[in-house]
Ligand binder design. Sequence first.
Ligand code: ZN
Ligand code: ZN
Length: 639
Amino acid sequence: MCVLKLKPAYKDYLWGGHRLVDRYNKEYDGEILAESWELSCHPDGKSVIAEGPWAGKTLEEYIRAEGKGILGENCRRFRDFPVLIKFIDAKQDLSIQVHPDNRYALKHEGQYGKTEMWYVVEAGPGAFLYYGFQREISREEFAQRIRDDTLTEVLHKVPVQKGDMLFIEAGTIHAIGKDILIAEIQQNSNVTYRVYDYGRVGKDGKKRDLHIEKALAVTNRVPLVRAKNSYPHVADCDYFTVDKLNLDGKMMDRMEGCVSEESFVSILVLDGEGTVACGKDGEQRVTYRKGDSLFLTAGSGRYVVEGRCDALVTTIRSQSAPVRIGIDIGGTNTKIGLVDVHHRLIDTVSIPTKTERDPEDVIADVGKAVQELLDLNHIPLDACMGAGVGMPGTVDRENGCVRYSNNIPWENVPLAEELGKILPVPVAVANDADCAALGEAVAGAGKDVSDMVMVTLGTGVGGGVILDGKIFSGRLTGGCELGHMAIYEGGELCTCGRRGCLEAYASATALIRDAKRAALADPDSLLWELCGGEIGKLDPEMVFAAAEQKDPAGMKLTDDYVRHLGTGIVNIVNLFRPEAVLLGGGISAQGTVLTDRLNSCLKAECFGGEHGQIPEVRTAKLGNLAGMIGAAALLVMEG
Ligand SMILES: [Zn+2]
Ligand SMILES: [Zn+2]
């Protein structure tokens, strides 16, 4: 058999309607039909084969008889049948709910977690659904709002219309609103944690159970900032890939495809009628009409859909390697992190770089440490998408080569090539400050914007420019050196040999230099007390502490410092007009003391004043983890 027509399992949940019977050809006698499980091997409701020699048997029985091979190579990694496909007719609001991810569900529920996608087949005027939070809320607030029935006030309400697609990752709070008919493709799971049910009672006259503790444990309480991009598919994730098939019956009335050995093909017909032929010379042919579910077994080869057809086509692709290795090589230590698809660190390790050795030895040690960290976490190397490396100095990103590094004495080291020999995965290399900026952009203080600049205030002044989610460092090797823009022609001597660079005024080194001068000029300054009379011990914190205590020298130093840094940042804004400017490095620990004043400075001095949009200056969030996270993100940065 290469094409099977399936009959669904029915569910009469109290919020359902009758449209699936009235308009989608479902043969069902009851008053309410909430869901029809159109492709299911789930124990709670299995699809049954409708026609042919196997008529009346469940799809599961068929698979057991024919072997799992008919699901395709890509389904081998699933313990159970991978997906569950349904129609859902919500006449009333569904409960507000959340589903756990695999990790939680397999451990606590013995079945898969649930990532799902909704395709809106019909929606009444004013129809909406809830999808995630409007803002980040604490676990306490979440629990409190469940208790006082005010949860909907903080949920993100999305108006929907026919044809909309929503991708609901496990852990996302959601609810389907009334007057919506949805086609749902989800992981094969029936685990739902209800958090609010509008106080309704079930058929037994009792309120349905809520699962608040579990929901609190699995819900992602952070708002979704970017919608998942599945281009060119309708939806695409490790669990399923969904495409749209449109044949209008006139301009397009025939589609020919191939069911490969890799995956079965499921066709859920939303509208239309026609035939599907499959096998050699199309020997097997079934008719379809609106509401039908067809299943084509893997390896069936050519198939032809003819007629008028508006359908969702679901397949299973190979798993996109979920783990990325992020490496931040520094002058003293090298930090290695395993990073998941959400840019979260799974585990980290730090090893001494020992730069006095040959580059080959340093690289060999890094490779070994990565392998040990993977072993420790039971992650096979082939589950890794690759390794990203951040490296101080001038990096040729295209060739993964370190042209020159100052603090690590390397010249023309083919880092990507060498590391690739030890770790046979793709390796990407970039400047470490660029990596830190990218880390903040994907997982830190710049997560909500696509254009941002990070300025790092450390021993020197470094930085990275992120435009449209990507590192901007120019096409030519050499990079963007924000710290070496001159803010005073002929000013203080900079480490780069020029005079008047931002670094010569805004680095910690520069601030300490100025503080020494100020202390020597003012014997009464509080700075002397703070450094215990030893001027060599002055540091930036002391300068800010003196200013806070209204010491005139300290106040002048911080005023000058903010003015210099502000001038540099205004220049950056005038060049790139990013959505945010992030401050990193030691001095950024001053937090709002610094950012408040810089924000006023930007308002006053950026080109166009209030006629333009002024970006916000923020403090970076990830500290010294940004480099690793950003290095790992090199692997998924497009372009
Ligand atoms: Zn759900
Ligand atoms: Zn310079």
